[in-house]
Design a protein around this ligand. Sequence first.
Ligand code: BYC
Length: 472
Amino acid sequence: MSNVDLSSKIPNNVDLAQDKRLLRALEQWQPDYIQWWMDMGPSGFQTTDIWLRTAISVDAEGWAHFDYVKMPDYRWGIFLADPQSDRTIGFGDNLGKPVWPQVPGEHRNTLRRLIVTQGDTEPASVEQQRMLGHSAPSMYDMRNLFQVNVEEGRHLWAMVYLLHSQFGRDGREEAEELLQRRSGNPDKPRILGAFNQPVDNWLDFFMFTMFTDRDGKYQLLALAESGFDPLARTTRFMLTEEAHHMFVGETGVERIVQRTAELMKADPNEDVMKQGGIPLDMIQRYLNLWFALSLDLFGGEISSNAASFFADGLKGRYKEETYQDHLALSETYRMTVPRDGRVAEEDVPLRNAMNEVLRDAYIEDCQRGVDRWNKRLAEAGLSARLALPSKRFYRHIGIYADMPFDPQGQFLDKAEWDRRRGEWLPSDADRAYVANLQKSVRDPGQIANWIAKPARGIKGLPFDYEYVRLED
Ligand code: BYC
């Protein structure tokens, strides 16, 4: 097992102390990171003690430590999953060859691009969520928000370690630029679409952590298959932390749905807004938005980039080991493609369809979450249900980009789509209504009216535990 050094300025299990140049480079980046955190990380609460989880090793048992920490003092560390001896490349044209412990020259640019794209999403999400601490529906939720934020910060460290250790001067420059782009800034935006969208309220936040963080899960799983071993090992460990982020989203929406169901039953006309809750049709519109934005993050349905990532052994499939054929040269993948204002089935060479293969696995996972929300509605004796929209709806990347498909996947004419947009996506009125509900609830054990309490607290503690020690 790798040695864990927790006493160093940068906690790590990669023997940083042995590589003075690398250590110096990362120690130079560290103050810039802290500056970015203070400027663009959570607004306020930087001197507040928060009960947080910190990664301290990669042991399945006891990998994390829980205690009160002020966020700027969080110990952002570099942890790679332990190497597997004699690991070989599991797919593509390099199948069976030993994995690369160092970045191979011929794949340097591609790997740098993949790592920068992954890395860019981490600070972007922190920027998107920076105002939410001021309107947390409970102390429990506030703590979960900050937990997600500090861990996204650690995931940035994970990618910056790869850039500094493997990509020389270019890598160091890229690491600086990761701190300079800004979510939603037209002059220096973040790289991927969804990471420039505003996350204005807690409904956005829960949908984001449900759907967008789940893209993170699938992308990390695909990168965890990489023949570039340091990338595989770092993403494998990131997945350990990612699970909690999706838990926050899935249970967050579930608690909203549960509260909405209670309020529907409490009123003869099922009028939820009259009682200060979020009606189901509004929840559905936010779901539609974040699902569609997150589908775009998988890239084009038919992608020569994806084919070369696979061919070269850089990015695999979700659970590559479950496939029989790791070459993917002879098979095809069936998908619907738009043709003359309708859709038609087409068989696409499998390597070119790798983004779609990953997206379909993701959709199945999202459906499981929606089924769970619907179970709450059924248990409340209600017949209304939430649903994932068609994967053609409101897309901006790939073969369906900017085409007027409705949530059922029907092709409409553009004028009709524009007219009906407010039925499917959050309107200004929805945003104003949800904004108005965003009031901070700061007493331990209390909860905002529009969301139910969680079934339990964190790590065996009760819901009314003082997860955040607010000064005032
Ligand atoms: N927005 O062949 P194409 C996470 C670009 S989330 C803007 O269709 P490809 C997290 C693409 O870059 C996971 N641009 O797609 C979650 C390419 O540009 P270039 C993040 C887009 O290359 C929550 C061009 O369009 N990790 O961790 O196969 C909180 C044509 O590309 C978009 C990764 O994404 C878009 N949505 O795949 C915190 C993994 N989609 O290169 C964290 C690394 C595509 O021609 N990234 N483009 O200039 C990748 O594997 C791939 O870059 C993508 C795109 C899957 C994103």
